[in-house]
Design a protein around this ligand. Structure first.
Ligand code: SAM
Ligand code: GLN
Length: 287
């Protein structure tokens, strides 16, 4: 098991998976079997579950070489989504690469909450791949959005995703820090998944060595970006407008306290499916 497989005659789909999964495990990867399947399905251009009906299919040399290269990348802890270049999020598929954070399943919660509010127009601050804005536009066929990011690289990916999903006409992308690119426009809904990881947090190597640090880290307590957002959102939300902010485990209480001090109303913190405080919601005073 010292080096990835080379000669095709020995390797069927099944044997390859049975070799790769323990190899990944040995490299400290928890989702070893799933990752092996996703990468092999990607190389063979098949839906993952079809691997099981072709378990005895031998691989051609070119397929084996391609798989071998991907196995090497994953063994070095590059995330699967960067290797395949795609990630499913809510009801859409997004192109992703190292310029953007890989959208997380827990972020679907902010999309669901925002969808329930039925905005005709909303803003997504720190859009990354475009995940929140594009999933919400897909779910709300009449809505339009402003999506911003401090990273020009991220916006390039988000624009590609908008075009690929046929949503480009309903979203405006602008580059800049916090509310600068809002250019004075007010919104009845702002949804944001800002960076919220503590600077000295111990992260999985897959995250720390590969994902953009500007998307993750936010000061010693992880609240630097969220504090600025709460401070400045009051001037950008219309009266009675809603702010939705994803945050990290254990941060909800501090965020609610800051929001109370700033005079927000209807303050509520939602837990995610794993029971972790995850989504802050509040309103500005109505008119
Ligand atoms: N919204 C995407 C998602 O949920 O997958 C990406 C979220 S990622 C955690 C945070 C994003 O905020 C990154 O794309 C990062 O470039 C951007 N960002 C970081 N600091 C920012 C700032 N001061 N102003 C605007 N965007 C910022
Ligand atoms: N959920 C991400 C992580 O734990 C952090 C994303 C963020 O900072 N908004 O790696």
């Amino acid at each position: 098991m010292s080096s990835p497989p080379r000669s095709p005659e020995r390797w069927t789909v099944g044997r390859l998976l049975e070799w790769t999964a323990p190899f990944f495990k040995q490299k400290g990867i928890d989702s070893a079997r799933l990752d092996a399947e996703v990468l092999l399905a990607h190389v063979l251009n098949l839906p993952r579950l079809h691997l099981y009906t072709g378990y005895d299919r031998p691989l051609q040399q070119a397929e084996l070489d391609a798989f071998r290269a991907l196995v090497k990348r994953r063994a070095a802890r590059e995330p699967v989504a960067y290797i395949t270049g795609a990630k499913g999020f809510h009801e859409i598929d997004l192109k992703v690469d190292k310029r953007v954070l890989i959208p997380r399943p827990e972020t679907e919660m902010i999309v669901e909450r925002a969808r329930a509010l039925q905005p005709s127009r909303f803003a997504d601050l720190g859009t990354g791949s475009g995940a929140i804005a594009l999933a919400l536009l897909k779910a709300l066929p009449a809505a339009t959005a402003l999506a911003t990011d401090v990273s020009a690289d991220a916006l390039a990916v988000a624009r590609e995703n908008a075009a690929a999903l046929g949503l480009a006409e309903r979203v405006t992308f602008r580059e800049g820090r916090f509310f600068e690119p809002f250019l004075g426009e007010r919104f009845s809904l702002i949804a944001t998944n800002p960076p919220y990881v503590e600077n000295d947090a111990v992260l999985d190597p897959d995250v720390k060595a590969f994902e953009p640090h500007v998307a993750l880290f936010a000061g010693a307590d992880g609240l630097a970006a969220i504090r600025t957002i709460l401070q400045d959102a009051r001037g950008v939300l219309s009266p009675g407008g809603t702010l939705l902010v994803e945050h990290g485990k254990g941060q909800g209480e501090a965020i609610c306290r800051i929001a109370r001090e700033l005079g927000f109303e209807g303050i509520h913190d939602h837990q995610d499916a794993a029971g972790i405080d995850r989504l802050f919601e509040a309103k500005t005073k109505g008119s």
